[in-house]
Design a protein around this ligand. Structure first.
Ligand SMILES: [Zn+2]
Length: 72
C-alpha cells in the first residue's frame, strides 16, 4: 500500500545513526556520550560563534544529551 516507501527502504540500508541536532540519519559523525552528531552539524557548531543565536540552539540540544532525564 505504500509504494512511496521505496525511498525510506533504501535509506535504512545506510549504516547510519540519527543525529541529535538535525534529526537526520547520517553515516558519518561523532559520538557524544550516548548520542550521535553528524559531521555536518559538528562542523556547523565549530564554525558558530558563541554570540550567534544558533549557538544557543545547539547548546539546548546538547544539554539534553548531557543531562538525560532518566538519570536525575
Ligand atoms: Zn546533524
Amino acid at each position: 500500500m505504500e509504494v512511496e516507501n521505496m525511498n525510506s527502504n533504501s535509506l535504512q540500508k545506510l549504516n547510519g545513526e540519527i543525529c541529535i541536532i538535525c534529526d537526520l540519519k547520517k553515516s558519518t559523525g561523532i559520538h557524544l556520550y550516548t548520542s550521535f552528531i553528524c559531521v555536518d552539524c559538528e562542523k556547523e557548531m565549530t564554525n558558530t560563534q558563541t554570540s550567534d543565536p544558533k549557538y544557543q540552539y545547539y547548546l539546548e540540544k546538547l544539554r539534553r544529551v548531557k543531562n538525560p532525564p532518566l538519570y536525575s
